[in-house]
Design a binder for this molecule. Structure first.
Ligand code: FAD
Length: 444
């Protein structure tokens, strides 16, 4: 008889992990705080859409749903920058056939739950809030959100996929005497704004790009949805600088802010004032912790063990990669969970910390550097040398279009920074980089 497995949280990572375990014949029970999104509609409380890249697609392939999800995904082949005068410039992410894909968070979550639900050896329990786990006994306590019913569930193993504010992680913190934990909020919040389709049902902006309005200390982005709309997201300081959310209180202040910085977006957001007032301003957190396991009985995954800021589009992708890596470890260790969990805990934490660093660094890149001519020149040179020396893979491509461990990508990123520090100060580099023996020498 295969192990009984309990998964806490049926978000993106928990529902994918449930599919992969059910596929292998484990007895899986999944407890989720929210009501069944297939009946109740999806209320995620987070971004409406997300960018899926190669690490996520690999996991979708493993679960057998890549083609289904791909049909509803919109390829974004590069960044389209909007300057304050409304002028547009395009910066490809990689080769012509490389793209990141905008997918609906709710649609993806429902699809994963639907697929998982087809297995007889898997059962979902919706509306149950995990109050905590007893790690040494692999048991968890739940309370039903409507009826108040209390339930204790025993298993052989528990996976905590209950997100950034994980109850399972809280219990690990108490059970393990030397549990390292840090959380840090960004001084910035985000607010989503809806860009509806045009009157003839089309996208109001080019749908095959991720739109960015980089404004130095802050920015707005927009990702396409399949219904012809876009979801815009404004990232802005809460307070302590100008502009900031705390200075945008009256209709006049909000409109003046948009007129100064995002004039070309105003006609795209017909309910701007209403949405600005009514949509929440949400916070952005980075969570790092270790270890992620209690013996072979409890393991936390996804945002529960490594929540990151969204600027590299890798939070979900890294959580999905957790699932891929664990699934590969099941094969490599012939189902020996003590070895699987130890190997995962040993190798993965440094990668989670690396993508946390990379995501923070990319905020500065997106809001500021994408509008800097030196940065654009660096991108151009990097793309050119990638064609000549394919082993030279720009950092963005390593993170987004490869499966290279994040910690190696970060290290390589530092090396590339040093390389470009030498190149970008060369005399007349803007004009002469193509046939410049000095640039060639540095690259070799
Ligand atoms: P979650 O999605 O948070 O799911 C956790 C689940 O656990 C939820 O269903 C919740 O209801 C449930 N739960 C919570 N507490 C309990 C409890 N006590 N008991 C039972 N159930 C519980 N990532 C990308 O890869 N690309 C992007 O473009 C991207 N964009 C983003 C934009 C924004 C604005 C934000 C905030 C995040 C973005 N992310 C992106 C990150 C991504 O949203 C997360 O990394 C991803 O949702 C993590 O999945 P998860 O399943 O670990 O956690």
């Amino acid at each position: 008889m295969k192990d009984r497995i309990l998964i806490v949280g049926a978000g993106l990572v928990g529902s994918l992990w449930a599919v992969l375990l059910a596929k292998r014949g484990y007895q899986v029970e999944v407890f989720e705080l929210r009501n069944d999104p297939r009946k109740a509609g999806f209320k995620g409380g987070r971004s409406i859409n997300l960018a899926m890249s190669d690490r996520g697609w690999k996991a979708m392939e493993r679960a057998g749903i890549k083609d289904t999800i791909r049909q509803q995904a919109i390829p974004m082949r590069g960044r389209k920058m909007h300057d304050t005068a409304g002028q547009l410039t395009f910066q490809p992410y990689g080769d012509q056939d490389q793209a990141i894909y905008s997918v609906s968070r709710g649609g993806l979550n429902i699809e994963l739950i639907d697929i998982a639900d087809q297995y007889d050896n898997l059962k979902f329990h919706f509306g149950y809030k995990c109050l905590g786990v007893v790690a040494e006994e692999a048991k968890a306590h739940f309370e039903h959100r409507d009826t108040g019913e209390h339930l204790t569930v025993n298993a052989d193993r528990i996976f905590g996929t209950d997100g950034a504010f994980s109850a399972v992680r809280r219990s690990l913190m108490k059970a393990l005497p030397r549990f390292n934990y840090s959380q840090s909020f960004l001084d910035y919040g985000y607010k989503e704004l809806h860009i509806p389709p045009t009157t003839d049902g089309k996208h109001a902006l080019d749908p095959n790009a991720l739109h960015i309005w980089p404004r130095g200390q802050f920015m707005m982005i927009a990702l396409p949805n399949v219904d012809g709309s876009f979801t815009g997201t404004l990232f802005l300081a809460y307070e302590g600088q100008t502009p900031a959310f705390d200075q945008l209180n009256t209709d006049e202040e909000i409109m003046a802010f948009f007129q100064t910085y995002f004039a070309d977006a105003i006609p795209l957001i017909p309910n701007l004032l209403e949405e600005f007032r009514e949509n929440p301003t949400s916070s952005l957190i980075t969570i790092r912790c270790s270890p992620w396991r209690y013996e072979d009985k409890v393991l936390i995954m996804g945002d529960a063990s490594h929540a990151i800021v969204p600027f590299y589009g890798q939070g979900m992708n890294s959580g999905f990669e957790d699932c891929t890596l664990l699934d590969e470890l099941i094969d490599a260790h012939d189902g020996n969970w003590a070895e699987i969990i130890e190997a995962f805990n040993h190798s993965r934490i440094k990668d989670a910390n690396a993508i946390a660093d990379l995501a923070l660094r990319n905020f500065i890149e997106m809001r500021d550097k994408v509008a800097d001519p030196k940065f654009l020149l660096r991108k151009e040179i990097a793309a050119h040398f990638n064609k000549i020396y394919p082993e030279f893979l720009p950092l963005y491509s390593q993170v987004t279009f490869s499966h290279i461990p994040y910690s190696e990508a970060l290290e390589e990123g530092h090396a590339q920074d040093a390389l470009f520090e030498e190149i970008l100060v060369l005399d007349g580099i803007e004009h002469n980089w193509k046939d410049n023996p000095e640039v060639d020498r540095i690259f070799r």
